[in-house]
Write a protein that binds this ligand. Structure first.
Ligand code: NAP
Length: 345
């Protein structure tokens, strides 16, 4: 890519060497609005970024990257719950640690997820059986054109699997400035996944779960501060029961999870692994050896290397299982986000 403007390498966890024409850091609502209005008046596109943990820069970005760095955590409580009001620019994992240090359980399954608090509702982050929607009380959203903040209840956020209203109606022109988290005092552990299934629900503590989740993640997932990556690259496909049945008939070991609506979730990482793609490399991009769902920046990968690799993976999985994987990572081109599936087709 042409070397121009401000580097983004340290602002995306994939550590891709892309550039934007400007990068501005905003510590308050006023600074967000001012930066937004100035860019718009110059007819420049604006990309809001937290810690860049779920983006793939496929080209240099022609506009302003606006970093949401609004900080602050306040907490109140009533008989039933603790209520945290958290600035969008706070680091997610630090929030998990803060809540546990203050004896407020509920976020332990979501430990070590990279990124900041303001990004969490956009993708309804989830891990080890808990999604943000379980603990989200509200989201404060800034309309940058109008300069007003509206508060959305969790229901208003229309949370789905790695999805929310912030990827649709409240995408462009809006910024999440704070998230309200509600942690119930009547805590019950969520122990349905991996090593957690071996824990005793009658005496397990939130700290035990936190420790186990951290250990599982560290053993399987590359640390983005060491090896560039954006976590799970693809979503787990949710398919009709008949399709899943057919795959399980052909491959009896297929992990499959029945969903409340009768559809079946398959594990994208397992499908990729069955195509013998662990370690497969294109240019500087590779499939992670421990978890095939994660693509890594092995050696100065470019956005195009990652695109090529993702496209190859999709084709191989489709050839074997007739399933087209969809990226979870958001693709950013020169003027803003583009449809990731279209770019890979
Ligand atoms: P894993 O245990 O190898 O399992 C593979 C997939 O099967 C998971 O992605 C999970 O789907 C599903 N799964 C496993 N046990 C399940 C159960 N008891 N009920 C329903 N579904 C089940 O997964 P992993 O890669 O080590 O990841 C563990 C957790 O961390 C998962 O929840 C995963 O989503 C999350 N994670 C997310 C990211 C990200 O970037 N978004 C990155 C790493 C890990 P779900 O993904 O739908 O839970």
């Amino acid at each position: 890519m042409l070397n121009q403007g401000s580097p983004l390498k340290h602002l995306n966890t994939f550590a891709l060497s892309a550039y934007a024409s400007h990068v501005i850091s905003a510590n308050s609502i006023e600074e967000l609005i001012n930066a937004w209005r100035e860019s718009i008046s110059k007819h420049k596109p604006v990309l809001l970024l937290g810690e860049g943990s779920n983006v793939l820069f496929i080209e240099n970005y022609s506009g302003t990257v606006l970093l949401n760095r609004i900080k602050g955590i306040t907490s109140t409580e009533d008989d039933a719950a603790w209520h945290l009001h958290v600035g969008a620019g706070e680091n997610w994992h630090q929030l998990v640690c803060y809540s546990l240090q203050n004896n407020m359980p509920g976020l332990e399954n979501l430990a070590l997820i990279p990124g900041c608090v303001g990004s969490a509702p956009i993708q309804n982050i989830g891990a080890y059986g808990v999604e943000l929607q379980k603990v989200c009380e509200y989201v404060d959203l800034l309309d940058m054109d109008k300069g007003t903040v509206l508060r959305l209840s969790a229901e208003d956020c229309q949370f789905g699997y790695r999805d929310s209203i912030f990827k649709h109606q409240y995408g462009d022109g809006f910024a999440i400035v704070a998230v309200g988290i509600k942690l119930m005092k009547s805590w019950t552990p969520t122990l349905g996944y991996g090593d957690l299934t071996r824990m005793d629900p009658s005496n397990v503590t939130a700290q035990d779960i936190f420790n186990s989740v951290c250990a599982m993640r560290r053993s399987k997932l590359p640390d983005p501060t060491v090896t560039g990556n954006a976590g799970s690259f693809f979503k787990n496909p949710v398919v009709d029961a008949a399709i899943a049945e057919d795959i399980v008939k052909r491959y009896p070991n297929t992990p499959h999870y029945l969903q409340p609506d009768g559809s079946v979730k398959l594990a994208a990482g397992w499908l990729i692994d069955q195509c013998a793609l662990k370690g497969y490399q294109i240019g500087g991009a590779a499939v992670h050896q421990q978890q095939a769902l994660v693509l890594i920046n092995l050696a100065e990968a470019t956005g195009q290397d990652v695109l090529g690799l993702a496209s190859y993976i999709r084709q191989q999985v489709a050839k074997k299982f007739s399933i087209w994987l969809e990226p979870e990572v958001r693709f950013i081109a020169s003027n803003g986000e583009v449809n990731a599936v279209e770019r890979l087709s």
